[in-house]
Design a binder for this molecule. Sequence first.
Ligand code: TYD
Length: 210
Amino acid sequence: MMTESTSSGKFITFEGVDGCGKSTQAEKLVEKLFEIDISAVTVREPGGDPISESIRKLLLHAEESMSDRAEALLMISSRAQLTDKVILPHIINGKWVVADRYADSTLAYQGGGRGLSVNALDEINNFGTYTLKPDITFFIDVPIEKADERMSVSRDRIEKEGSNFQQRVRDQYLTIHAKDPDRVVLINGEQSIDKVFEDVWSAMKEKFSL
Ligand code: TYD
């Protein structure tokens, strides 16, 4: 089993709090890669495969109260399925995979947000991801008030947690960026969609010599 990204495919992830605009940027990136004849696919987390989508429904719309650890393990279990069945096969086939959230989301939400041990989550993430690491991660950073305005009205279980929770999530993302600035590129998400994408693309060009 491959444990690191190879010279063939690449693995790119987008991260940030709910409402930061990362999904729009992930879509724009795939379009741009397509324009320059790079074959890319997008995946979303939690979800992205039939089994992972079933886990997503449970995670985001469960009526009963869910234990924080059960939530963390389900997130990682969905990721394990997606990594094994979708992400790794694509990378091995030379595709570029653009993921809307990945392992950092668990560190930020279940670690920062819920207060579970980030070190423990990191280890379980490593198990669930076959230790696959993104080649580059875009952390689209916006203040919580701004993100809150952009969030859709119909909120899922985690989006309903409120602004103190989202603030802890953002702080944990900032810590992740500070620990690994070579992989995690912080992008100012308060700019226009086009300007955010300019920043994303310029980091892509530098990283992959495009
Ligand atoms: P997301 O798909 O980004 O939301 P949307 O469908 O609104 O674009 O993510 C769903 C929620 O799951 C979001 O609130 C973040 C949360 N989440 C975690 O708490 N931990 C994780 O590991 C992941 C991947 C997501």
